[in-house]
Ligand binder design. Structure first.
Ligand code: NDP
Length: 343
């Protein structure tokens, strides 16, 4: 089977030449292990944080070079099982992605608990949906909004990178709960998607002007909650627009992942004092106890047609690095996935 190994840490943009496709022998599973033929593998913004000499302190460690990357969500079919509770033909998720075949130890914690080998109910949704809305992305949006941001009735919510995997889910969840939701994204086409397909109340293209002005136009009376996927100038604009006792859920800071130098903090952080703001970072892996509640709730919203799951599909395992580069550039809408057998 094929595996994608990083061979160099990207300088700035991710390039195909930072990776290598390696052909490896697949051994038999040992007792307690399951052999999985992967079918779909996830492409995530956060991978960029681990494709560096050092990952941010407290985060998952950097991926070692010249090895398969451990900790990328994937779904596949069990080929052979030497673990209780798993049988050939089962659809599972686990965290050994970006490869054709994975040997996974049942019960072993992966990705902070989010990626531990789990059998999936494919009657609820197609397997790849478990990498997006019904998986770690759904959990991230759910935990961020309802726990970190402590969403309250009447809150006006701004979600950045709102056309992306996590952002589009967070924006729709807030909308379903009856909030006024503003989304931002990096192209006019994405803005149309936010307004016309996701039904957001307002949306803007952050490349089209000074962010504080665009935000003021979209939310003339300010915002109560900011779901931050971007950091940097976006966070600074949010601090300006937040009303008294407003809340920021820091989900990620994609604008800073490829930076060589640590970025400067927001210049207007004093507003957190004057307005009594709460700024709280969070990780999906800290909220695994919400996984079944989230799946039940989000599964129902998907079935009822209230929550839309757009996918950007890239065909063929060898294309995974280019899919990541595309995501970091903003080529994707919704969840980015690699269909492993696609080419
Ligand atoms: P997305 O599908 O949202 O793709 C990333 C998007 O970010 C791109 O499509 C692009 O869209 C936008 N973007 C890229 N660079 C910039 C920039 N400089 N300024 C503004 N927008 C930019 O990826 P994910 O859903 O995987 O990740 C979204 C965020 O969620 C990331 O910050 C990630 O780290 C975080 N995350 C956090 C988790 C947690 O547990 N806390 C778990 C999973 C993800 P555009 O065209 O709009 O620029």
């Amino acid at each position: 089977g094929r595996e994608i190994w990083p061979v160099a840490y990207p300088r700035g943009e991710v390039r195909a030449s930072d990776f290598r496709v390696v052909e490896v022998e697949v051994r038999q599973p040992r007792p307690g292990e399951v052999l999985v033929r992967n079918t779909w593998t996830s492409v995530d913004a956060a991978l960029r944080l681990r494709l560096r000499e050092t990952a941010p302190p407290g985060y998952f460690p950097a991926f070692p070079l010249e090895e398969p990357m451990d900790g990328i969500m994937t779904v596949g079919e069990v080929v052979e099982s030497r673990a209780d509770g798993f049988a050939p033909g089962d659809t599972v998720w686990h965290a050994s992605g970006w490869r054709d075949y994975a040997l996974v130890e049942a019960g072993k914690q992966a990705l902070g608990g989010v990626g531990t080998l789990t059998k999936l109910d494919v009657d609820v949704a197609p397997p790849q949906a478990h990498l997006g809305a019904l998986g770690a992305n759904g959990l991230t949006a759910y935990a961020g909004l309802f726990h970190a941001a402590d969403l309250r009735d009447g809150d006006v919510v701004w979600v950045s990178a709102a056309a992306g995997a996590v952002g589009s889910l967070a924006a729709q969840m807030a909308k379903i709960r009856g909030h006024r939701v503003i989304g931002s994204a990096g192209s006019d086409e994405k803005v149309r998607y936010l307004l016309e397909e996701l039904g957001l109340d307002a949306a803007f293209n952050y490349k089209r002007g000074p962010l504080p002005d665009l935000l003021r136009e979209a939310a003339p009376d300010g915002i109560d909650v900011y779901f931050d996927n971007v950091g940097g100038d976006h966070l600074e604009a949010a601090l300006g627009a937040l009303r008294r006792s407003g809340r920021v859920a820091i989900c990620g800071m994609i604008s800073e992942y490829a930076a060589k130098e640590p970025p400067h903090g927001p210049a207007n952080l004093m507003l957190a004092v004057t307005k009594g703001l709460t700024i709280r970072g969070f990780r999906a892996s800290g909220h695994t106890r919400l996984l079944s509640e989230m799946r039940r709730q989000v599964g129902a919203w998907v079935r009822e047609g209230r929550l839309h799951c757009r996918e950007t599909i890239v065909d063929g395992l060898p294309q995974a690095p280019l899919a990541l580069a595309g995501l970091l550039r903003g080529d994707n809408t919704g969840k980015t996935l690699v269909r492993i057998d696609g080419g």
